[in-house]
Design a protein around this ligand. Structure first.
Ligand SMILES: Cc1cc2nc3c(=O)[nH]c(=O)nc-3n(C[C@H](O)[C@H](O)[C@H](O)COP(=O)(O)OP(=O)(O)OC[C@H]3O[C@@H](n4cnc5c(N)ncnc54)[C@H](O)[C@@H]3O)c2cc1C
Length: 407
């Protein structure tokens, strides 16, 4: 058992930045444990055509590396960028790649928080004073239980298993959901030669063309509003405070103006503004890269899930409340959950938070309110969304360094 100052789980945006901060502040003994074969493993698990919809997505103190990449990085750009970052911050000797965390519990049981953490992995046991869980709010695919799935002879897969349209050429495909994955996969299928593509949509959803957002982002940048210093200020605004509400109001007003109306196709707009909707319900606006046009042209057929609920699978397709329809494949773009309970054996640390049934109970700055030597960077919202992930990591790493007398 190695004794560490801090153990970070996950080498994604939040975990790598945590590691970089720990190293920058001279914390001697820490490890970043990552189940994947490389840093930024998450991005290798996404579909092929993926480009981020967050502009200039970067990590703190990257030495300007992000400027060498396009405004919206591809998944391959992300992989390269992560590797560069790990090298720049000399994280190699702290990284434990290909090691999966199986179980985390407090050492000393009820004896108290000062006793630190015991972390069991596929390679052995670690113990650490501080625990950083950077495994992402969207760690695990979420699939609704749909009756008679075993009876279905076609392919039923979660969006996480979808790579490209090749296997679906000439097929009739149903995509369940209306989020970013659903819309982009439906578009990919249409462009990649599927015979017919339908999108089953139940909840309300904002659709905002990414092109329109790009113009706004560029304007913001020109006006100096997207500088790292300005973004840092926005990152520091804590969720739930009046300041947060004030910061959100103009973003939501703008989002409403940029959104497109798809109500004629059965896709309703949410009552809350785009940002509030994503914080309250986890329904991130769909930043459209072409699906809207295909919906309007009828090449993506929208099925209104309120009028036609799914009752289950049949042998050859799907049973809706008003009848059966044949599909050769069904893609469930039904989202993700953190599923921390799968390895975090401290149930008191989790509870209902916003739309999630089991999320870490934090102080709004990603620190556990139950055991304050545990942090969950990336689990609390900020007005800059995903652009906060690296900043969370740096903040958490710096806090730990300070508390152990290093910063
Ligand atoms: C298709 C798709 C597109 C997206 N596009 C965007 C976007 O444009 N902008 C945006 O901000 N967000 C986007 N997201 C969300 C994105 O996933 C998160 O914003 C981001 O990856 C979260 O970063 P993170 O550092 O919290 O976690 P991640 O980058 O997911 O890193 C978590 C790491 O933890 C590791 N891990 C998990 N469990 C264990 C374990 N038990 N043991 C060891 N290691 C473990 C994982 O392998 C992973 O490498 C997208 C998500 C999807 C699915």
């Amino acid at each position: 058992v190695s004794e560490l100052d801090a153990l970070v789980i996950g080498a994604g945006l939040a975990g790598l930045a945590t590691g970089a901060a720990l190293r920058a502040h001279g914390v001697p003994r820490f490890a970043v444990v990552e189940q994947g074969a490389d840093v930024g493993h998450f991005w290798s698990t996404t579909y092929d055509r993926l480009h981020l919809h967050s502009p200039w997505h970067d990590l703190p103190y990257d030495g300007g590396a992000s400027r060498r990449y396009p405004m919206y990085k591809s998944k391959h750009d992300m992989a390269r960028y992560f590797r560069e970052y790990a090298k720049r911050h000399e994280l190699d000797s702290h990284l434990r790649l290909g090691e999966r965390v199986l179980r985390v519990r407090r050492r000393g049981g009820d004896a108290g928080d000062g006793d630190g953490w015991s972390i069991e992995t596929t390679r052995g046991e670690h113990s650490a004073r501080y625990l950083v869980v950077a495994t992402a709010i969207n760690r695990s695919p979420h699939e609704p239980a749909i009756p008679a799935r075993q009876a279905y002879r076609g392919a039923a897969l979660h969006s996480v298993q979808y790579r490209n349209p090749t296997p679906f050429r000439g097929q009739r495909v149903l995509v369940v959901g209306s989020g970013n994955s659903a819309a982009e996969i439906a578009l990919d299928l249409v462009q990649g030669g599927a015979a017919a593509v339908a999108m089953w949509v139940r909840g309300p959803r904002w659709f905002i063309p990414l092109r329109r957002m790009s113009l706004i982002y560029r304007l913001f940048r020109l006006l100096g509003q997207a500088s790292p210093a300005k973004m840092d200020v926005r990152h520091r605004i804590t969720f739930g405070t009046p300041e947060f509400e004030r910061a959100l109001a103009p973003i939501d007003a703008l989002g409403r103006r940029l959104a497109v109306d798809l109500s004629a196709f059965g896709i309703r707009q949410p009552e809350l503004g785009p940002q509030r909707e994503s914080f309250a319900r986890g329904r991130i606006p769909t930043y459209d890269v072409g699906a809207v046009e295909e919906i309007r042209r009828g090449r993506i057929r929208v099925i209104d899930g309120n009028r036609r609920p799914i009752e289950g699978f049949t042998e050859s397709g799907v049973r809706f409340a008003d009848g059966d329809e044949p599909f050769d494949a069904v893609v469930l773009a039904t989202g993700f959950r953190p599923k921390l309970e799968e390895f975090l054996a401290e149930p008191a640390m989790l509870g209902p938070v916003r739309w999630l049934e089991a999320a870490p109970l934090t102080d709004g700055r990603c620190r556990s309110v139950v055991y304050p030597t545990a942090f969950f960077p990336g689990f609390d919202p900020t007005p800059i969304g995903g652009l906060s992930l690296g900043r969370w990591g740096w903040e958490v790493g710096s806090t730990i360094a300070r508390e152990i007398g290093r910063a």
